[in-house]
Design a protein around this ligand. Sequence first.
Ligand SMILES: [Zn+2]
Length: 98
Amino acid sequence: MPTPNFSPVHDRQRRTIRPHLPMRPLWLCRVCAAPWPCQPARLLLLMDYRRDRVGLSVYMAGILFDATADLMTLNPNPGPSPRELFDRFLAWTARQPF
Ligand SMILES: [Zn+2]
């Protein structure tokens, strides 16, 4: 499975955009502390997979599997609902680019 490029991205002004990576097993962003994938992480993933949206969905399906195991272990009762997990990790990958 290809891995996305999580190296820092440089914008037009040569500022470094810090990669928004997940802190496991909490699955919170290491930069903004939002539930991962936060909005910047989603944007970076969409950029990495801009020519392979199916590949992004397959990659995030693997992430969904890992995150479900971690989050259900941390909070088993009540754990996150399958709908919440699906929407957070996978549903957004199938939407049309904005
Ligand atoms: Zn973030």
